[in-house]
Write a protein that binds this ligand. Structure first.
Ligand code: UGA
Ligand code: MN
Length: 255
């Protein structure tokens, strides 16, 4: 029985939509630890394609080697943040998310079935989340834990429809974090204007601005038991200044 269960988890029916996880990542002391943790999660998800986009002029050896050994189907891309963002940007990772979507628009077509999820490298993801999002028809949504100075934010659902948001940051049409929604692949392919805006972007508005180009509140598909289950947490790794002394001088260590 146990063997059967295992097999059924591993089998991927030919019509099972692919989950495309787009992860922006940048050099920080916690990068490899974050990617290792995320890879350990994603490796267990059937029919998943990981699009890892480095915020860098060139692909790093660290991420290249990590992905080669990851045993996860992946695409490795890179794009540096624009010059006007070099000293900080209100939309971290979004140049990279746009490149991930460009790749999909160039390499996938209307006959491909899938779902696109923007999975930051330092969040924590329950495996169940991926099966919740897999059959997204247009845009699906769910709660995100540890966000906006709250234990969670979530879509408010009435009679199976999203009617508003429980959030620490009100005033947004879509009161969700990047981790709280997924978009059907064909909706992304059919709407090339759906991109994240970096220049002149207002802090905290990028998810809402992006979703406004794709859908309306009443069309959202609530997941995770009508948005009552937390399956992803906006955990953040400690900020870099804590780890100033990452490497000893003249010691060749892989960190
Ligand atoms: C929050 C949101 O959860 C992010 O989705 C959003 O992009 C970000 O704020 C923002 O709007 O700036 P937060 O934990 O504050 O996330 O941000 P990070 O985890 O530092 O960055 C989000 C993602 O972008 C990560 O995968 C990170 O590796 C990447 N990133 C960050 C870059 O690629 N370049 C950077 O310079 C900074
Ligand atoms: Mn983060």
């Amino acid at each position: 029985m146990a063997v059967m269960l295992h097999l059924s988890l591993m089998e991927t029916p030919p019509d099972m939509p692919v989950i495309y996880v787009i992860t922006p990542t940048h050099m920080r002391p916690t990068q490899k630890a974050d990617l290792t943790r995320l890879g350990n999660t994603l490796r267990q998800v059937p029919n998943l394609h990981w699009i890892v986009v480095e915020d860098a002029e060139v692909k790093s050896l660290k991420v290249t080697k990590f992905l080669l050994n990851s045993r996860i189907p992946y695409t490795h891309l890179n794009a540096p943040k624009p010059d006007y963002c070099q000293s900080g940007c209100v939309a971290r990772g979004s140049e990279q998310r746009n490149l991930g979507m460009d790749w999909l628009r160039q390499n996938r077509g209307p006959l491909d079935s899938g779902v696109v999820y923007f999975g930051d490298d330092d969040n924590t993801y329950d495996l169940e989340l991926f099966e919740e999002m897999r059959y997204t028809k247009q845009v699906s949504v769910w709660p995100v834990g540890l966000i906006a100075a709250r234990w969670y934010e979530r879509p408010l659902v009435r009679d199976g429809k999203v009617v508003g948001w429980y959030t620490g940051f009100p005033g947004r049409k879509f009161g969700t974090d990047m981790a709280g929604f997924a978009v059907n692949l064909n909706l992304i392919l059919a709407n090339p204007e759906a991109r994240f805006v970096l220049k002149g972007a207002q802090s905290g508005m990028q998810e809402s601005d992006f979703l406004s180009k794709l859908t309306k509140l009443e069309y959202l598909e609530p997941k995770a038991n009508n948005c009552t289950k937390i399956l992803v947490w906006h955990t953040r790794t400690e900020s870099a200044p804590l780890y100033k002394h990452v490497k000893e001088k003249n010691v060749d260590i892989e960190a």
